[in-house]
Design a protein around this ligand. Sequence first.
Ligand code: HMG
Ligand code: MG
Length: 304
Amino acid sequence: MAFPEKVKIVEVGPRDGLQNEKRIVPLEVKVELIERLGEVGIQAMEAGSFVSPKWIPQMANTKDVFARISRRPGVKYSALIPNIRGFEQALAAKADEVAIFSAATESFSQKNINCSIAESLDRFRPVAAAAMSVGMPLRGYISCGLGCPYEGEVSVEAVANVAANLEAMGCYEISLGDTIGTGTPLKARAMVEATLEHVPLSKIAIHFHDTYGQALANILACLELGVSVIDSSIAGLGGCPYAKGASGNVATEDVNYMLEGMGIETGVDPEKLYAVGQFISEYLRRPSASKVATVFCQNGQAGQ
Ligand code: HMG
Ligand code: MG
């Protein structure tokens, strides 16, 4: 076991968390969410996506979000992009980095971006080259790494193969997603181990959903391998528009609590984090999916 000493938390709430919300969240709420997240000690955050507004209406105002937010020094604000057009918009919006996204299964790729995995990789190569040419850091995602809503079981080789392609394009970080949250710890570990045959440990991130209550256990299994980048979402917001029934991303508050309890540094202030979770949960009029934040809000303190 070689737990990392420090973990980088990548906050995906403003994008992955909100993209599934049916009602359009007003610009000022998105801006306040991002600005408050910037104050808790998070170093990396996905502020929105430049995708087709017909596909994901909630993200249609990402340009305005980037224009309005006050950026905190030391925090990287990134944008998810599906094609070169998204890249150009991200560049114009002065995103600090961009993230491209493929999938481990053909069916999910078709539903999510209307093309095969191979076509998505072909589409991303010029995007990656454009990013490299201007020195824009490029992140890659792989959806459905531990299960697919359409195809069921997913082989670790399928994930590792897409990861190898994303690495070859120049992604500095590759986030392995359990988009529907069906994974269990040994499977999560096997996925990382297979990916490690093509991608160095320092470039691997994990992105787990908590649909079946397995996310923290899966994270722990990967921490044991030394993975040190974890995606999570404030208040456990999320779901996936193309993965019916998938509940939220693992809650940032819960991840941070577990890491803090294990003596692993994140730089995130838990109390400020709970307050941000409370803010967005109150706006959405929904209880937070974070267990630790719920305890904190009831008792005014979390932990022993
Ligand atoms: P398409 O219909 O195959 O292609 O969509 P298209 O090129 O014909 O584009 C359709 C329309 O979108 C056109 O407009 C384009 O101009 C426009 P129209 O002519 O019909 O008026 N368009 C754009 N508009 C704004 N920005 C753009 C852009 N590109 C095209 N960049 C496409 C293909 C990829 C565009 C579409 O399928 C799409 O946008 N998909 C995005 C889906 C998405 O955002 N899914 C959620 C994110 S992935 C995720 O959540 C999983 C992840 O978080 C991991 C995990 O959770 O495990 C990463
Ligand atoms: Mg997600």
